[in-house]
Design a protein around this ligand. Structure first.
Ligand SMILES: Nc1ncnc2c1ncn2[C@@H]1O[C@H](COP(=O)(O)OP(=O)(O)OP(=O)(O)O)[C@@H](O)[C@H]1O
Ligand SMILES: [Mg+2]
Length: 246
């Protein structure tokens, strides 16, 4: 089953075109590493998946729902329930504890009873290694711990696909690994994932597939082993020689 499908998708901000004719399908359970130079359009592409950025032409479908450039707010709300997103900045609710952050969406959006939401949140926070910190507030948690709460919070909505936009780039080096570890476990559990990362070793290890973007276009769509060993394009080779200094 295809979870995310882009067909001839383009996106402009005013006169500036930032995505050009993007076409790809992501089957259920596939983990896609999205890489490329700064300004290539990686974040914009991810944000089109949940329509934080609206595309200007082409067809997008997510979990079987067709999203047109002109679709209504109600359709966007429905779409966003199927898509979890984790950003560089954790964006936790500062006035809610870790478990409160994870319970909030299921209770308010999915109308789950409090007891059920709590049970699920405990299980998710255990899954990300935070059982000892359920009642702490974001201000009492490290960056790595906050990001793991953000992942648990996204998972609590039972998304069909998870998007990660440089989820570790705001973290101190010693906290990067704990978040990458959680993402790898999630990938192993069969979650469909689109991951934007500048960590090339991680992109290679976790991805079933690499999409390499330059100037708003997908320039290579390859298996990681093949892309990282010998990119098919000159731009791919140039990018890797900068990203992976010898
Ligand atoms: N809201 C916006 N309005 C106008 N231009 C934008 C907007 N958001 C992004 N852009 C432009 O779109 C292009 C792609 O940006 P995007 O953030 O998607 O790149 P990126 O690949 O994620 O880069 P980075 O690796 O630096 O995060 C850039 O030229 C950027 O300046
Ligand atoms: Mg970006």
């Amino acid at each position: 089953m295809t979870v995310v499908s882009f067909k001839n998708v383009s996106k402009s901000f005013g006169a500036r075109q930032v995505l050009t004719d993007i076409t790809f399908d992501v089957p259920q359970g596939q983990v896609v590493s999205l890489i490329g130079p700064s300004g290539a359009g990686k974040s914009t592409l991810l944000r089109c998946v949940n329509q934080l950025d609206r595309h200007t032409s082409g067809n997008i479908s997510v979990a079987g729902q067709q999203i047109s450039p002109s679709c209504r707010q109600r359709d966007l709300m429905r779409l966003r329930r199927h898509v979890g997103m984790v950003f560089q900045s954790f964006n936790l609710w500062p006035h809610l504890s870790a478990i409160g952050n994870v319970m909030e969406g299921p209770m308010t959006v999915l109308r789950r009873p409090r007891g059920q939401a709590r049970e699920q949140a405990e299980a998710l926070l255990e899954q990300v290694g935070l059982s000892a910190h359920l009642d702490k507030y974001p201000g009492q948690l490290s960056g790595g711990q906050q990001q793991r709460v953000a992942i648990a919070r996204a998972l609590a909505m039972e998304p069909e696909v998870m998007l990660f936009d440089e989820a570790t780039s705001a973290l101190d080096p010693e906290m990067v690994q704990e978040v990458l570890g959680v993402m790898e476990k999630l990938a192993g559990s069969g979650m469909t994932m689109l991951i934007v990362t500048h960590e090339m070793a991680f992109a290679r290890r976790i991805g079933h597939r690499v999409l390499f973007m330059v100037d708003g276009q997908i320039v290579e769509d390859e298996e990681p082993a093949s892309f990282f060993a010998s990119p098919a394009t000159e731009r791919g080779r140039a990018f890797l020689s900068r990203a992976l200094p010898a």
